[in-house]
Design a protein. Structure first.
Length: 156
C-alpha cells in the first residue's frame, strides 16, 4: 500500500493523527510532505511494522505542535522477523514552536522503538525540535539484537 499526504492539517484527534501500520508480509510506503500540519492530538505520525512487513517512510517539511504523546514515532514490534525491512527518513520538520514541551508535553518529539530482528535504517536530518528525541525504548535491548541497525542524525 502507498500513502501520500501533501499539505493539509490533522488537528484535535484523541488518538494518532496518522497511523500507517504494516503487518504480515505486506509492504507499506508512506510519504508526508508539503507543509502538512499536525497539532493538538495524542500524537502526530506513528508508523509501525511487524512480522515480515516492509516499510519505507519519509516525513519531510511538516509541523508538529502540542501533542500529548510522541509527535512522531516509528515502532518495529517485537515480533518483526529478519525478513522485515524498514527504511525511514525524517527531515526538515519543526517539532514545537521553540517553547519547552510545545511538540509533546508528556513524551518525546521523535521516538524510535526498535524491537524484533528487522533490518532497520533510519535517518533524522535537519529537524528543529523543542522536545527531546528518543532513539529507542531501550538501548541495552536494541544493542543485544542481531539485526543491522544504522542511525544517522544531523539534527540542529
Amino acid at each position: 500500500m502507498t500513502l501520500h499526504v501533501n499539505g493539509g492539517a490533522f488537528t484535535g484527534n484523541n488518538g494518532d493523527s496518522l497511523r500507517p501500520a504494516a503487518t504480515g508480509s505486506s509492504a507499506l510506503n508512506v510519504s508526508v510532505a508539503g507543509g502538512t500540519a499536525f497539532a493538538d492530538s495524542n500524537s502526530g505520525v506513528n508508523v509501525s511494522a511487524d512480522q515480515d512487513a516492509d516499510v519505507t517512510f519519509d516525513v519531510t517539511g511538516s509541523t508538529f505542535l502540542r501533542h500529548a504523546s510522541h509527535a512522531l514515532q516509528m515502532i518495529v514490534n517485537d515480533n518483526a522477523s529478519a525478513g522485515s525491512i524498514v527504511r525511514g527518513t525524517v527531515a526538515n520538520n519543526s517539532i514545537g514552536d521553540g517553547s519547552a514541551d510545545s511538540g509533546s508535553h508528556d513524551a518525546n518529539g521523535i521516538s524510535y522503538r526498535l524491537g524484533g530482528s528487522a533490518d532497520v535504517r533510519l535517518a533524522s536530518l535537519r529537524t528543529r525540535s523543542a522536545t527531546p528525541t528518543r532513539r529507542a525504548s531501550s538501548s541495552k535491548r536494541c544493542a543485544s539484537r542481531r539485526a543491522r541497525r544504522r542511525w544517522a542524525r544531523t539534527s540542529t
